[in-house]
Write a protein that binds this ligand. Structure first.
Ligand SMILES: [Zn+2]
Length: 490
């Protein structure tokens, strides 16, 4: 009896500790969410910023005695790579972002975190605890040459995350050097993932995905990796408040050449955060805010050791990332083939094309799948039941240049089902601002709608026009809904 009372007491005490820890981190994160605009770095507003945009922000930190800025090396093209140290506690945390140049969400969040650290206010007590218990080392934008081009790889065309063993890139040497010299207890490996990952087999985009990276083929769990799982369990609970059902778990297949896997192997508890997609957030500003909250909540759990109360088994309840999403899914369209109607679904994806030295972008979309796609979902879905898919109309005029499009009332033409113009002279651009499909002089005009083609066509009910598609973007002629965006040159 005594034994069971004591067991119950211990159980109740543990439960109390756990719920207290949990309710604390939830109110902390809710407070972070509500006050975010005070700390948001206003100089960063979209994804295609360059190193030149963040250098002045790092310079500002040099004037603040709490921060120590050190140049830890240079990129292939001699851009300085800087590390910002703050705090002087015993638990060391290394955070790096944008080792892939076109994955900037967490870099923006890191500058929000710097502002949060520098601004006195309601979080002072916690900040003091954080800076007494931890030493934080930030390396924002590890691949500035890739960011310059808004591309994954560095200026040697090497993927830094496959260079952890061979170490052919200066940026890889910097990262390994920091891990080996600082011997951080925890590392945050901050990336962006495809916006088309779903949370399990659901229509939900994986807005944030986590991974407690494996350190061997067998995906064993040692105390170093277990701590990753525990920290992720806490961060997941925090994020579920803001994106219920929007968190995924990245595949833990061991990749021997990757940094995350090796750093976990070298003894640093490694947390991978992947920023995915969120509806109507193409520049990932809401996802940036979620990064800020997840990282600060993770740092809180490290500073307070609250993660120790988390159960690693809960980690496995986070659904895995799956690929069940298209940017647009058209269901049950009828298409004529050899004089006979065939019912098909179309899975359309829109791919960004860098424009103007990668300062902005257009799109080139493709039909990536065709047929029975009833097991898939669309971020946008069109029910084409009873509609027939047919080519759009080609305008009788041939344009001498893309600029000549300005002479036409495109909106009115699109409402009549005109989707396409021919060009008299070849154009070097592949994407342009007007929602019109342009054909190079050598491109065959009318071709069947099929996989790998650009989705430009119309959907009709009998003779009545219903949807106009140009380059994977669409206009609903019946109700005026207009998602048309950039056009394409084919
Ligand atoms: Zn990446």
């Amino acid at each position: 009896m005594l034994k069971s009372t004591s067991f119950l007491a211990t159980f109740a005490y543990t439960f109390l500790l756990m719920t207290t820890a949990h309710s604390q981190d939830l109110s902390f994160s809710r407070h972070l969410f509500d006050t975010y605009d005070t700390y948001r770095e206003s100089a960063l507003t979209h994804r295609r910023f360059k190193q030149v945009d963040i250098l002045p922000l790092i310079d500002k930190l040099k004037t603040d005695a709490r921060f120590a800025v050190t140049q830890v090396g240079e990129s292939v093209e001699k851009r300085p790579i800087q590390m910002i140290k703050v705090g002087n506690g015993p638990r060391k945390v290394l955070l790096w972002s944008q080792m892939h140049g076109d994955e900037p969400s967490a870099t923006m969040a890191i500058f929000d975190i710097f502002n949060w650290l520098r601004t006195d206010g309601p979080f002072d007590a916690f900040k003091q605890q954080l800076l007494t218990e931890t030493t934080l080392y930030f390396v924002p934008m590890l691949n500035p040459d890739g960011a310059e081009r808004y591309q994954r790889r560095n200026a040697l065309d090497i993927d830094l995350n496959r260079d952890a063993l061979r170490l052919q890139s200066p940026e890889s040497l910097i990262l390994k050097g920091l891990q080996q010299s600082l011997k951080p207890d925890v590392g945050f490996n901050l990336h962006d993932q495809s916006t088309r990952y779903s949370v399990g087999h659901t229509p939900k985009q994986a807005t944030i995905s986590f991974l407690a990276t494996a350190y061997d083929e067998a995906r064993n769990i040692n105390p170093v990796r277990e701590r990753s799982m525990q920290l992720i369990v806490g961060m997941n609970r925090v994020l579920q408040q803001f994106i219920p059902g929007g968190v995924g778990r990245y595949s833990d297949e061991f990749e021997p050449r990757a940094f995350g896997d090796n750093i976990q192997k070298w003894g640093t508890t490694l947390i991978l955060i992947e920023s995915g997609g969120y509806p109507n957030d193409p520049e990932k500003q809401y996802i940036r805010k979620l990064n800020y909250i997840a990282i600060l909540s993770g740092l809180q759990a490290i500073a307070t050791e609250a993660y120790k109360t988390e159960s690693r088994s809960e980690y496995n309840t986070i659904p895995e990332n799956e690929r069940y999403l298209f940017d647009v899914l058209i269901r049950n369209a009828q298409i004529m083939r050899g004089g006979k109607p065939v019912t098909v679904d179309l899975g359309i994806n829109r791919y960004e094309v860098n424009v103007g030295n990668a300062t902005t972008f257009g799109h080139r979309s493709t039909i990536d799948d065709f047929g029975d796609l009833s097991t898939f979902f669309g971020i946008e879905e069109i029910d084409a039941t009873g509609l027939t898919l047919a080519p759009g109309r080609i305008h009788p005029d041939t344009l001498r240049s893309v600029a000549e499009l300005k002479k036409y009332k495109l909106d009115s033409l699109l409402h009549q089902g005109v989707t396409t113009f021919r060009l008299a002279n070849p154009s070097r651009t592949t994407t342009h601002l007007e929602p019109i499909h342009l054909l190079q002089p050598t491109t065959t005009a009318v071709r069947p709608v099929q996989t790998n083609r650009i989705p430009t066509f119309v959907l009709r009910r009998g003779n009545q026009l219903r949807y106009v598609f140009v380059n994977g973007f669409w206009l609903d002629v019946a109700n005026g809904a207009n998602k048309l965006a950039t056009g394409v040159v084919e």
